[in-house]
Design a protein around this ligand. Structure first.
Ligand code: UD2
Length: 296
């Protein structure tokens, strides 16, 4: 049974009365398939934490740091301690070709880190895309029956604000900060119909990030397996989608609608000025010089 079902409140918990007529009016907080879109001000963190504390949930995280990307690991881990599911059981899985360089960061009780060795690759596109295969295998070989939820995050990023139980759901996608005000025909989806990630100009709900997604193990396993297969089948025909696994993830989420959508608060980019509807930045990609850090 999904830990999302049957939310039991703590008797005696005090919190602000909810309203159905007063709230934020500058944003949309429901998709047309009635999944919540999580924005600051649409949820009560105290209430949600108390509900999920009772369930004793556990959250796995995957993060890849191949080659020079190891340099982002320290800030990622340190800020995760401050903001990511504080007070919950969290198990971070680091995939790297430089296991000796993973920084030792002090973690709170109930939180731990495992390091998995992976080969390097000459092409950054391969490194990025092969994450799906490794996520699939990790779930199959290590996590099943042990963890409840999983989030798969880009390493070249930092937490700046709370990312917690409000983000939990069966299948969770994050709206990309770069395109959320654009018409769908301008989203950087894969536009060649020969690819399995193809999206027609009149298709698409939102443009989602490849750098953050998650949900229940079973759902994320299905997603990773499907994206991996489609990526590999494309490769056999000599096609690589415009944004590798991000393109396949977008195709997947178009067909398999996420049960919860996280606003761009959950993956901003440091070089972008903050738009007025962004009341808090929770997680953000750092500014990086691709020429310095990518293998080619
Ligand atoms: C976007 C996506 C990213 C991925 C990529 C397309 C966001 C914010 N980012 O980011 O998730 O979909 O486009 O492929 O949605 N990595 C290494 N070593 C390398 C190269 C990559 O470890 O040499 C890992 C690392 O965890 C990194 C991730 O792959 O965070 C994505 O690569 P990127 O950050 O270079 O891709 P980027 O910023 O273009």
């Amino acid at each position: 049974k999904s830990p999302d079902s049957h939310l039991v409140a703590t008797d005696g918990l005090q919190y602000q009365q909810p309203s159905i007529t007063h709230g934020r009016t500058d944003i949309v907080s429901l998709t047309p398939w009635l999944a919540p879109i999580v924005w600051e001000g649409t949820f009560n963190p105290v209430l949600l934490d108390s509900v999920y504390q009772k369930k004793n949930i556990s959250i796995a995280v995957t993060v890849f740091a191949v080659g020079k990307y190891i340099m982002f690991m320290k800030d990622f881990l340190e800020t995760a301690e401050q903001h990511f599911f504080v007070g919950f059981r969290v198990h971070v899985h680091v995939f790297t070709d430089r296991p000796n360089e993973v920084p030792k960061v002090k973690m709170a009780d109930g939180r731990k880190l495992s390091v998995h060795s992976v080969p390097n690759s000459k092409r950054w596109q391969e490194i990025s895309a092969r994450r799906m295969e490794m996520i699939q295998k990790l779930i199959e070989e290590k996590l099943k029956g042990d963890m409840d939820y999983i989030f798969c995050l880009d390493v070249d990023s930092k937490f700046h604000g709370r990312w917690g139980t409000e983000s939990l759901g069966e299948l969770v996608a994050v709206i990309h900060p770069g395109y959320y005000r654009d018409h769908r025909s301008r989203f950087p989806y894969e536009r060649r119909s020969a690819s399995r990630a193809y999206m027609a100009p009149d298709e698409g709900d939102f443009y989602y990030c490849g750098g953050a997604f998650g949900g229940l193990l079973k759902e994320v396993h299905q997603l990773a397996q499907t994206c991996r297969k489609n990526f590999e089948d494309d490769a056999k025909e000599g096609i690589e989608a415009a944004w590798q696994e991000e393109s396949h993830l977008n195709r997947y989420m178009w067909i398999n609608k996420p049960s919860k959508v996280l606003s761009p608060e959950y993956l901003w980019q440091d070089f972008k000025p903050r738009n007025p509807e962004i009341l808090i930045i929770r997680f953000s990609g750092v500014v990086k010089n691709y020429n310095d850090i990518r293998p080619n």
